[in-house]
Write a protein that binds this ligand. Structure first.
Ligand code: PGA
Length: 249
């Protein structure tokens, strides 16, 4: 059975005090949906966020990690470090990391392997750029991103993977994929999974949509049969907006 998940990607926002405030604001919000709620604060605030949400239905997840266990990688954070503070889920492959930090399908495949070796859950992000969509190549790009980073895995590994389709042209731009565009791509992703791994893996996969999801459009997007939740950037920085999206299920 696939799950509904709404995850807030805080990106490089919020110091310690703002993190405290936002978490306490989040706790004031009432959850009526059955969606799992996740927040992804910056590394420096993960421990604090983890401690402050211990009693709540909010999972704290990391925005990134290194592929190595440890070693001479100045400025990086390892999966073991994340696990040591209670973080069990990591976002990998966000388009900003691909664009600004040269993350490739190949380097992401290594991160995926390390995360799975550590028994971590992965929210794996991918999505086409505007030029790809204009050229009608969006399915080919998405298929390549998924296959290159994930299709060396056995079927069992997919139990620990959540997919997040995030068209780059819709991230932080205010421009959202239409619910139909999201549905079409999610159905394509499920079909791609099915052709290699079979019906159960495809049907059980949680596929999130990300890119300018707001309280005003969440219900329509989440109403589509293959959209199982959202990865929310800008709107996750406001507790009321974020929970309006969570409660859109
Ligand atoms: P956005 O970001 O909601 O601000 O478009 C989404 C994301 O980057 O995950």
């Amino acid at each position: 059975m696939r799950k509904h998940i709404v995850a807030g990607n805080w990106k490089m926002n919020n110091g310690l005090i703002q993190t405290e405030t936002l978490i306490s604001d989040l706790k004031q919000q009432v959850k009526t949906s059955d969606a799992e709620v996740m927040i992804a604060p910056a590394f420096t605030n993960l421990w604090h966020a983890f401690q402050s949400t211990r009693q709540d239905d909010i999972e704290v997840v990391a925005q990134n990690m290194h592929f190595a266990e440890n070693g001479a990688y100045t400025g990086e954070v390892s999966p073991g470090m994340l696990k040591s503070i209670g973080v069990k889920t990591v976002i990998l492959g966000h388009s900003e990391r691909r664009a600004y930090y040269n993350e490739t399908d190949e380097s992401l495949a290594k991160k995926v392997d390390t995360a799975l070796e550590h028994n971590m859950r992965i929210i794996f992000c991918f999505g086409e750029e505007l030029a790809d969509r204009k050229a009608g190549n969006e399915e080919a790009v998405v298929e390549r991103q998924i296959k290159n980073a994930l299709f060396h895995l056995g079927a069992d590994a997919f139990k620990n993977i959540v997919l997040a389709y995030e068209p780059v042209w819709a991230i932080g731009t205010g421009e959202t994929a239409s619910p139909e565009q999201a549905q079409d791509m999610h159905a394509f992703i499920r079909k791609t999974l099915e052709s290699t791994y079979g019906h159960t893996v495809a049907d059980d996969m949680t596929i999130l949509y990300g890119g300018s999801v707001k309280p005003g459009n969440a219900k329509e997007i989440f109403g589509k049969p293959d959209v199982d939740g959202g990865l929310i950037g800008g709107a996750s920085l406001n507790a009321e907006d974020f929970y309006a999206i969570v409660n859109a299920f």
